[in-house]
Design a protein around this ligand. Structure first.
Ligand SMILES: Nc1ncnc2c1ncn2[C@@H]1O[C@H](COP(=O)(O)OP(=O)(O)O)[C@@H](O)[C@H]1O
Ligand SMILES: [Mg+2]
Length: 220
């Protein structure tokens, strides 16, 4: 489902060059649930952004769903970015002026999906994360766990084949964090491929495989 070949990424600022990823080779099969671990600054978010086509590598090749990415500007790549991949972030990235329902619906509006289909997708996604009774709430009226469940609903409403989660439990206490990972595991049971960055060994051990990064390189 995800194939990375000799991926390198350098960040250049006026002062310094940072080799964020150094010749990464990695395959993730369809239906896998993979954890990415490693110290702060080792390149985990960069790796996720590259897999999600949010960021372009300096070197190497990436293929998603058996399609080699040839250009970062063409319509086909934009469509893959929007429809193949769902993102979940540590700090939820919800829009505070929109209620739960509207946050989940927004990406579907960008996709120009018809209203009736949007309604069905949003309703189903909120059911899956157990938030049907909070649809009219605004993010400021939700707990951290509920915010993250809203973000998961937003990611899955688009029915992505791949979910990329960057420290999804990083702002949650341990019990709520495990509940969020249980939701992800349920999505994985239904066939969604998941790559999740986490600092929590117990959570990582509950996934199929742990990939470890150190200074931009895969180790172990
Ligand atoms: N936009 C950027 N500009 C310059 N350096 C960056 C940028 N983003 C990340 N880096 C650097 O690249 C390295 C990897 O960062 P990141 O992927 O965010 O690590 P992690 O998610 O593992 O903490 C770090 O040294 C970081 O400082
Ligand atoms: Mg990070």
């Amino acid at each position: 489902m995800i194939k990375l070949e000799n991926i390198s990424k350098v960040y250049r600022t006026k002062e310094i060059e940072t080799l964020a990823l150094d010749n990464i080779n990695c395959d993730v099969s369809e239906g896998e649930f993979v954890s990415v671990m490693g110290p702060s600054g080792c390149g985990k978010s960069t790796l996720l952004n590259i897999i999600g086509l949010l960021d372009e590598p300096d070197e190497g090749k990436i293929a998603l769903n058996k399609e080699l990415i040839m250009s970062y500007e063409d319509k086909k790549t934009a469509k893959m970015r929007n429809q193949l991949v769902g993102f979940i972030f540590q700090s939820f990235h919800l829009i505070k002026e929109l209620n739960v329902y509207d946050n989940v619906e927004l990406p579907l509006i960008y996709r120009k999906m018809p209203a009736s289909e949007r309604k069905q997708r949003v309703t189903e996604a909120l059911e899956k994360v157990g938030l049907t009774n909070r649809m009219q709430h605004y993010p400021s009226q939700l707990s951290g766990g509920q915010c993250q469940r809203t973000a998961i609903a937003r990611a899955i409403a688009g029915e992505p084949k791949i979910i990329l989660a960057d420290e999804p439990t990083g702002n949650l206490d341990s019990k709520i964090g495990h509940e969020v990972v249980d939701i992800l595991a349920g999505l994985n049971d239904n066939g969604t491929t998941i790559v999740m960055v986490t600092h929590d060994e117990a959570i990582a051990k509950s996934t199929h495989r742990i990939v470890r990064l150190f200074d931009g390189r895969l180790v172990g």
